[in-house]
Design a protein around this ligand. Structure first.
Ligand SMILES: [Zn+2]
Length: 311
């Protein structure tokens, strides 16, 4: 029965692979919408609810898919408009980008989004000002800070669990990061992306088993509609260089069944619902994340060993 399953927050960045990853000037293609519809069917099969961070550019071209997802009870949030990394924008350009996306989304679903996720988790130390702009624009939560030391994104000492951030202007916004696990003293980003595509089904499930056990709030899983599309790159982007093709195409064949297995084990919920149920989130001010509780490193367990062997 669904109510006995542990909750995970199911989040999807709704975009078109070519436009988001290859070249921001490329159009949003029709097959991107088909992938969103297929994903919604899988969610429906499991009675799972998700938060969809919809790119404004996608919503502009495929408003029907966004409306359909909202009607199905999914939470419609914002992925900004043009898929430009936050640290490449000035605060005023960022404000214009998120405002434009919110206007488009509100025009489709009748209300402005309350949640935001930056393209490529691009709120880092050097773009932390974005939280202030988001809160000022009426956003209530954000899931853009990856709390690990990544090569292109992440803030290594950011709290792993959700917290309320007090911004420079005195606003508050909930920051709810994607899942990381502590492994041999290092945090690894197991909540989605290449890690989720590469990890065997069983290991991914064990990672989320552990994350649901260790924390009082549901851990965050994230994915993209294109990850279930194993023929996309060959069919629509045949000129893609080999290295990128391998990196971006790997794990797509098994992603559908992996997601199916994850949703068999866990109940998919939304950020809005998880935040409403959370009590007394830790409060921090940026620059002082050490004030917030972080999970304590723990000795390696069977999950760690299986996990390390597969990475
Ligand atoms: Zn994206």
């Amino acid at each position: 029965m669904n109510h006995t399953k542990p909750n995970i927050i199911l989040s999807v960045d709704v975009e078109c692979w070519g436009q988001s990853v290859l070249d921001r000037s490329l159009p949003i293609l029709p097959h991107a919408a088909d992938n969103v519809r297929r994903l919604m069917q899988l969610f429906e099969l499991h009675n799972a609810k998700a938060t969809l961070f919809v790119l404004g550019k996608f919503a502009e071209v495929h408003p029907d898919v966004v409306a359909q997802a909202a009607d199905a009870g999914h939470e419609i949030a914002s992925h900004g408009y043009g898929h430009v990394e936050v640290f490449r924008m000035s605060p005023s350009e960022f404000r214009d980008d998120i405002r434009k996306a919110s206007d488009i989304i509100a025009g489709i679903v009748g209300r402005r989004p309350k949640g935001y996720r930056a393209p490529v988790f691009s709120i880092r130390r050097d773009s932390i000002w974005a939280l202030d702009v988001l809160a000022d624009e009426g956003f209530e939560f954000d899931s853009s800070i990856f709390p690990f030391a990544g090569p292109r994104y992440g803030i290594a000492d950011w709290p792993a669990g959700p917290c309320t951030v007090k911004t420079k202007s005195g606003h508050s916004i909930v920051e709810y990061p994607p899942t990381t696990l502590q492994l041999f003293g290092r945090r690894l980003p197991v909540g989605g992306g290449g890690y989720a595509r590469l990890l065997p089904k069983r290991v991914l499930r064990m990672c989320f088993d552990r994350a649901t056990r260790d924390r009082s709030t549901p851990p965050v899983f994230y994915c993209h509609p294109y990850e279930i599309d194993k023929t996309e790159i060959d069919t629509h982007y045949p000129g893609t260089p080999l290295k990128r093709r391998l990196h971006q195409g790997i794990g797509r064949k098994s992603f559908w069944s992996k997601l199916d297995a994850l949703l068999t084990r866990f109940s998919g919920t939304t950020f809005g619902s998880a935040i409403a149920k959370a009590t007394a989130l830790p409060r921090i001010t940026p620059g002082e994340p050490e004030n917030c509780e972080t999970p304590k490193p723990r000795p390696a367990c069977a999950t760690d060993i299986a996990y390390a062997a597969d990475v």
